[in-house]
Design a protein around this ligand. Sequence first.
Ligand SMILES: Cc1cc2nc3c(=O)[nH]c(=O)nc-3n(C[C@H](O)[C@H](O)[C@H](O)COP(=O)(O)OP(=O)(O)OC[C@H]3O[C@@H](n4cnc5c(N)ncnc54)[C@H](O)[C@@H]3O)c2cc1C
Length: 203
Amino acid sequence: MTGSVETTCCVAGGGPAGLMLGFLLARAGVDVVVLEKHGDFLRDFRGDTIHPSTMQVMHELGLLDEFLKLAHQKVPQIIAQFGVTALRLADFRHLPVAAPFIAMMPQWDFLGFLAGHAQAIPSFQLRMQTEATGLMRDGGRIVGVRAAGSEGEIEVRARLTIAADGRDSTLRDAAGLVADDLGAPIDVLWLRLSRQAGDTDRT
Ligand SMILES: Cc1cc2nc3c(=O)[nH]c(=O)nc-3n(C[C@H](O)[C@H](O)[C@H](O)COP(=O)(O)OP(=O)(O)OC[C@H]3O[C@@H](n4cnc5c(N)ncnc54)[C@H](O)[C@@H]3O)c2cc1C
C-alpha cells in the first residue's frame, strides 16, 4: 500500500453520475474524491445526446451558456422519413426549459466540461487512472475504498462511499448488493454516418 487519503465522500466512477454528484457535493462544500479508472473520458459510443432536462440542470447551475459554447448540433425535433412520408416523432420546441432541444455532443466533451468546473472547487479531487478494487470495512460499516492507481495501491477513507462505477459495478458486488435486472425490450444499433457540407437536417 503506497498511500492513503481521507475525505468526506468517495465516489468510485467518473462517468456522468459520479462526476455530476461529485460536482454537486463539492459545490455544497463537501470534500469529495472521485476515482476514475481510465486516464481520460474518451469512450466511444457512450452517448451523443444531451437532453433538455440535463441542460435545464446545467442552466440552474449557471453553466448552460458556457456549456453551449462547446461544439454541438441542435436537434429541436426528430423526424423519421418512411418512403415519402415524413413522420414527426418528437418535438422539443414547446418544452418550458432553457434549452428546448437535444444537443448532439460526445459524452467526453460533457464530462470534460463538468470535470473542469468541478476541479475549480477546492473541495473536489478527481483521481484519474485510479481503479476502485474493493471496499474497506470497520465492523459492519463501509469506511472507504481500496484502489489501484498509477503510483500503486491507495486507501481512500470516507464517511460516505458511492458506487458510480457503471453497470458492472465492482463496488456493488463487493457490498453484496444485487441489482434488479429489468430486461431491455429493445436493442439499439448504433453507428456513425458521415455528414457532408451540403446535407440538410433531413438528409
Ligand atoms: C451505446 C450507448 C449509447 C448511449 N447513448 C446515450 C445518449 O445518446 N444519451 C444519453 O443521455 N445516454 C446515452 N447512453 C447511456 C449513458 O451512456 C449512460 O446512462 C451513462 O453513461 C451512465 O452513467 P454512469 O455514470 O452511471 O455510468 P458510466 O457512464 O458507465 O460511468 C462509470 C464510470 O466508472 C468508471 N469505472 C468503472 N469501474 C470503475 C472502478 N472499479 N473504479 C473507478 N472507476 C470505474 C468507468 O470508466 C466510467 O467512466 C448510452 C449508452 C450506451 C451504452
